[in-house]
Design a protein. Structure first.
Length: 230
């Protein structure tokens, strides 16, 4: 079966590793010598002139010659090449979180809530619990052998949504609300109206920077105990 590109002494059982490590350094999608030998034996056992030729090479010259003969075929995997079938199987394994992974996510959420309360007090902290209506995906543009990346919070290796992304959405929403783009949701007379953030081209060097007025923490998905995929 395909293996991870790691030193041999580490083995190939990374079921206890974090999702981020299983998705990154420990991703088992690389073709091993045993995979090539399996392909040779599979095709040599078939019927037909090509199979008979391959079997004759295997019996007469050995596995090395048979592998060299098979390398001319279109779908025969090279050593350490990405195995597409294994990539599909690996994604199913990586996306499933263990009970320990879910416990670490819950602990991080509690720690983050305690930190927010200590920094600003309950009257200055806004917390929003929301239920995802679609699979939790973030960081898909990151480079990865599977072509779709993912964002993990290090050193924990757990999925998360960076607070910078959330803050950018809130910033744009405040700008649109202040400019009246949201019909029916504009502040009423007498209410505190939000001041739209300055545009990049209209910054006033003498005015205080709006950065730092709000601290937005990252979003961490709290998964159900049934262990669904993120």
């Amino acid at each position: 079966m395909p293996i991870a590109a790691v030193p041999e002494y580490l083995g190939q059982d990374f079921s206890d590793a974090s999702p981020g490590m299983r998705f990154g350094m420990y991703l088992p999608i690389w073709t091993a010598r045993t995979d090539q030998e399996k392909e040779v034996n599979y095709f040599a056992a078939k019927k037909g002139p090509q199979a008979l030729e391959l079997k004759a090479i295997l019996d007469g010259q050995g596995m090395e010659a048979a592998i060299a003969h098979m390398k001319g075929r279109r779908h025969f995997p090279d050593l350490w090449a990405k195995n597409d079938f294994a990539a599909k199987q690996s994604w199913r394994q990586v996306a499933r979180l263990s009970p320990d992974d879910r416990a670490r996510v819950a602990a991080l959420i509690e720690r983050q809530a305690a930190l927010a309360s200590a920094l600003g007090g309950r009257d200055q902290v806004f917390t929003l619990d929301a239920r995802a209506v679609a699979p939790f995906t973030t960081g898909l543009g990151n480079e990865h052998p599977l072509e779709n990346g993912f964002a993990f919070l290090w050193p924990y290796g757990l999925p998360y949504l960076p607070g910078s992304g959330v803050k950018g959405v809130l910033r744009q929403a405040a700008r649109e609300l202040a400019s009246g783009d949201w019909a029916g949701l504009s502040p009423q007379a007498g209410e505190n109206q939000p001041t739209p953030p300055p545009s990049e081209s209209g910054k006033n060097p003498s005015s205080p920077s709006p950065s730092g007025r709000a601290t937005v923490f990252s979003v961490k998905p709290l998964l159900a105990s049934r262990g669904c995929c993120f």
